[in-house]
Design a protein around this ligand. Sequence first.
Ligand SMILES: Cc1cc2nc3c(=O)[nH]c(=O)nc-3n(C[C@H](O)[C@H](O)[C@H](O)COP(=O)(O)OP(=O)(O)OC[C@H]3O[C@@H](n4cnc5c(N)ncnc54)[C@H](O)[C@@H]3O)c2cc1C
Length: 465
Amino acid sequence: MTMADTHDRLDLPLAGLRSEFDGEVIAPGDAGYDQARTVFIGGPDRRPVVILRPAGTSQVARVVTLARESGLPLAVRCGGHSLSRYGVCDDGIVLDLSLMRALDIDVEHRTAWAQTGLTAGAYTAAVGAYGLATGFGDTGTVGIGGLTLGGGIGYLVRKHGLTIDNLLAAEVVTAHGEVRHIDAATEPELFWAIRGGGANFGVVTRMKFRLHEIPTIVGGMLMLPATPKVVVSLVEEALAAPDELTVMADIMVAPPLPFVPPEHHGTPAIMIRLCYAGATDAGERAVARLRGLAPPIVDLVRAMPYRGLYEMDEEYDQPLVAVRSMFVDSITLADAETIIEQIRATSAPMASVELRPLGGAMARVHAEATAFAHRSRRVMATAAVIYKRSEDRPRHEAWVEHLAAAIRDGSCDSAYVNFLGNDGPSRLRCAYPGATWDRLVAIKRRYDPGNLFRLNHNIPPGGTS
Ligand SMILES: Cc1cc2nc3c(=O)[nH]c(=O)nc-3n(C[C@H](O)[C@H](O)[C@H](O)COP(=O)(O)OP(=O)(O)OC[C@H]3O[C@@H](n4cnc5c(N)ncnc54)[C@H](O)[C@@H]3O)c2cc1C
């Protein structure tokens, strides 16, 4: 029996915390409780014993110690966008970093120290004022904490690599409540693990990122009709393009939105979100090649500041998601036919297969340099459904599973930890094949032998779940 099994929640010194804790203490019955336990993805109601929002690192250490000593489950949250809803728990402590949003920009040396309560959008807007950027993902509301710890695949992945390739140092509160300042020289194993190994090794309170000069980009959304040939050609063009160009292509049924001409509503389309991080005229030439693949249905691509990409964010209200993601080396005509056929066939309210052609700077980092192991894979493919009614879950999970099985390379089942949803624990091993898993387990055993940080895509200290 663990301490958590025997714990009486009344033991938690809430009254003391309210008077001494530097930050916010939100418990059942408090006005903000329901809002504070809400995360981005919808799902079963979860009721933590308390939500603690520390004002700084010393208070984070205090919460970690409190969780360890009380035996209560600990959910750590930055942006709250975990697809598995790890940012909230039942009968435990939520450590919510959202008050910790300091950003210290060193324009001269092109670096920034960021507290991990920041979202990608807030960070990008702040450094964008200096014409600088660090690459995160496709959505501004995602937290820099969760995204970076899993790898970070976004609009600059081909030009400047994964987000972790731009992480220079970090401040981490370990399971023992110690504050460590780590980088590749001072604590290389822990620093290796937090670059891709997810949330398993401690609470990362600050991250130091490399900044790149990106005054303007050519970017936005281009929608093309989806035929198998256009899908395959698009992937080939994107892989052969200069590293400056990164493309995310969602194959879907064209939605009945005002900017989509009515004759295309309900027809298969590719919604391409793209970023050319380089000279505008070269960007226009690169985009012209994509425009030439088929007459565009919608063309919203233009020169803009990099931070303008996050202005395309869509609004969701507690969506339910079914998602299966993998890395493949090619998209064949047969794959593209299957994708379009399945997209046409599903009755899901919103279904898509997203293809992200990779390569470039991400692939030039050695596979063993960080805990993100899939450097050489050429395309990330993700089947996803966004839906509303929980009773539809089996149908949508079956659809994404079926599609993923159809386009998987067969030889190597792979996964991106940040895109794991309800895949089940066995697929975590696909994110960390072979020696990567063994090394992560050894580091977990050293830094968190009691598995305090277990509400995550968990790497158990014993190696097996
Ligand atoms: C709409 C949407 C778009 C997305 N787009 C992309 C994309 O383009 N590219 C991409 O790579 N990923 C993308 N993701 C996936 C995203 O990177 C992961 O869901 C990520 O874990 C979310 O981080 P968060 O901080 O917002 O979430 P949270 O739910 O707060 O945290 C996620 C996990 O990380 C842990 N964690 C968070 N912060 C810390 C910290 N400081 N220290 C220790 N542990 C921490 C949490 O405990 C949890 O296990 C997207 C997700 C969504 C929902």
